[in-house]
Design a protein. Sequence first.
Length: 153
Amino acid sequence: MRHTTQPHSTPLASRPALTGCWTLQAGHAVTLRPREASVLRVRHGRVWATLSSAPDDHLLVDGASLQVPAGDRVVLEPWPVQRAAPVYFDWDPVPVWCAACDPAVTLEPACAPAATQLRFLASGWRALAGRFAGGLRAFSAASSARRAHDAMC
């Protein structure tokens, strides 16, 4: 099989244009190797996905997504092979979210000490910023008083 993708630029007859998507033509396959954790989202069509780290393959349809860990490999192919139509998909990095920074999240006991430290550091930075702002206000007031005194003399 040939490995190829290309940005989609023509609309589907039954759907609006899928601009910004990648197109995988029927009879072709593509191998993706992300450097960072990524998510594959099928916008239109059906794709057979094989992850190098997973024991089972995945059949993804319209709207389905699959997270691909950094350094893993995923092979995509339109499905079924005999009647396959082009597949349109998005490929984006997974958004970074810090569970330890969210007090509403209950963490595993092993993570709790690190989360407590992060929350403590965050509160320390907030306190430091508050003291800095207070110092700026005091400096500004002293400077205004000095200018007023100099103006009278």
